[in-house]
Design a protein around this ligand. Sequence first.
Ligand code: SF4
Length: 316
Amino acid sequence: MLRVDGLTVRFRLRDALVHAVTDLRLTLRRGELLAVVGESGCGKSVLAHTLLGLLPRNATVSGHAYLQVSPDADPVDLIHCGERRLAREVRGRQLGLIPQSPATALTPVRTGRRLLEETLRAHGHSREQAAAQAEQLAVDVGLNPHDLDRYPFELSGGMAQRLATALALASDPAVLIADEPTTGLDRSLVDHTLDLLRRRCDAGHAVLLITHDLSAARRVADTVAVMYASRIVERQPADQFFSAPAHPYSAALLDALPDRKFQPIPGHPPMLTALPAGCAYAPRCPLAIDRCGALPADRIVDAGTVACHRPRGASA
Ligand code: SF4
């Protein structure tokens, strides 16, 4: 449904160039939930905004991202189709977004009910259908339907998050990008939201889940892609990833989980304005060798790909 090929995003600042996304490749199939994981600032959310055409003016983008919502539909290249087509046909219709910051994404002068009903009517529902469907969506996301009569600024962060999720679902997009969709939710609502996303995939849709929460990915993902310093460094089926990650950074992320070693990753990610020529993880990597001064190419490990000179199972 979605094939991203060589996607590269740069932001030009007055005195620096931000390498936000570099040569990114991924595929998302019908029925698949792909989790893109990594520490804050690695480029995950920029990926979401790039696919939706929501980047600021100082961004330059190259590469391709083909969206094909059904086998007989022509693929749309989201990067090159133009804002007019994105706005008319794609954004909020074929490709939906649960935003990371719902408080700023929700129109403040309309109640949740009105926001939902307007969205549903714009997608062909009658007035009566929209009213009923708005209440059903509220229930689906764990909101009390009475709370739909509040304005966004009257909602808690978690309630605003659930309203934003309901709005994203209202257009029933073939592909849904969920950018940290469980922010501000307590554990039971986190699971409720994740299970909702899982059910969408089981019903034949596709979800790109962007999260720093590996527990969330472990609960629902079919596939995990790990992003570090603007690049995807490992992509594996979820079972394989959580049982035997191949990239040293993936292993460190898992070791940091409270139910594993609870061991923080030493050091910090590099600045995206000053990335090294070789492996960006080298200063933090216990396996680094001289060869890591050169950029590692993707290689096949298990059922996925890994960008590392010394992935698990390979000899030095
Ligand atoms: S390429 Fe080298 S430094 Fe980078 S993760 Fe692999 S072993 Fe570590």
